[in-house]
Design a protein around this ligand. Sequence first.
Ligand code: SDX
Length: 423
Amino acid sequence: MSDNLTISSGEDTFDLAITDGTIKATDLKQVATSDGPLATYDPGFMNTAACKSSITYIDGDAGILEYRGYPIEQLAEQATHLEVAYLLLNGELPNAEELAGWEREVNTHRFVHENVAQIVESFRYDAHPMAKLMAGVASMQTFYPSARQIEDPESQRRNIVRLIGKMPTLAAWSYRHSIGRHRVYPNDELGYVDNFLAMLFQSQQRVYRPDPRVSRAMEVLFILHADHEQNCSTTAVRTVASAGNDVYTSAGAGVGALFGPAHGGANEAVLKMLREIGSVDRIGEFIDGVKNGKAKLMGFGHRVYKNYDPRARVIKKATDEVFEVTGRNPLLDIAVELERIALEDEYFVKRRLYPNVDFYSGLIYEALKFPPEMFTVLFAVPRTAGWCAQWLEGVTDAEQKIMRPKQVYTGHRERAVVPIDQR
Ligand code: SDX
């Protein structure tokens, strides 16, 4: 393994240091080309590190995912979402006293300003809840202007706690608005996930208490979705933060990026795909369509995982617990058979396409009676902890600058403007 790269260009030779498996892109500038100093062209950042981070580690070939060094499988088995949020933000797991204090702190910030509720409810009832959530999150900066002091550690912490505390309320109210039901306010007797479920499903008469198996399954789903290093929405958060923006404005951009069907919107698209396939005997026809480029196998493939997404494995196990309560989702049979066929088919094997986190999660959400439009909202709520940790790491990283990539210009040059009556 070499720790330096030698580039020869014409008569010149350049030695570039290799550190952490990378060269500094700016070191390439010493190489002159006919189009100016050498740069890299990397659409979609297929092979470019934009930051240093110690939050989440992924080994895509080995199917490994760790938060601050802890394997996701152990955290999903033993931790709670707020415990993992603490870990992502502080770098260490809390002890019992630290966790109790953290839960109290987050849970005192569950209420949302009534004006924010009005912003969410100013949308048409059938507007996509991700649009309502994006507006609600981005509006929060106007209620907490101190959040703009992004250098102040106290303001950083206070506004991160507020956002993590309020996200479930905003998400639940987006849902209630879409089904024409009254807002359910946070209940301090309930934990983070159970309170979220109650704000979603509480009816007028009953005090909603989720089945413990449903509650645990949602906790596991929250843990699995909490962070995933430099994915598209986290990159959006870091990009907006790099211009000096507060955590709400940055997270609002994250919600927008996550909305995309190639990213967090895939869980909604998986259910739509399974419904369109309709039955196990029509899978072959669908797979042929994918191979002919007519459709993508949603919930499959990943920029980093070229092996089974470890989260998909844990979620598939969680489906069993939930279906004990809700009854088995018949679409699961199509999903399991689709996975079996895809894992044997040369087209997918050659492209190293495996189920990702979105392939099975939607089946649980549907069994819990969420409409598909809510699936990505259920991704955004837990991912808020990761966005906050990544935002904090970005705004406190002395090496970071405002993100402003170069381009390869392919347009016209130096044309004279012709008067309009001569065009
Ligand atoms: C998430 O980055 C993250 O960490 C994201 C995430 C997180 O936690 O934040 O993990 C969450 O977004 C998971 C991914 C959810 N998206 C989907 O399930 C949508 C379907 N998947 C694809 O759109 C795709 O796999 C991506 C976007 C996920 C990854 O795309 P890449 O890395 O840019 O890969 P690519 O498009 O270059 O594909 C390589 C080849 C291509 O074929 P060829 O041109 O070589 O012939 O594989 C094909 C692609 O056409 N391919 C697929 C496919 N995904 C890739 N073919 C059929 N179905 C698919 N799903």
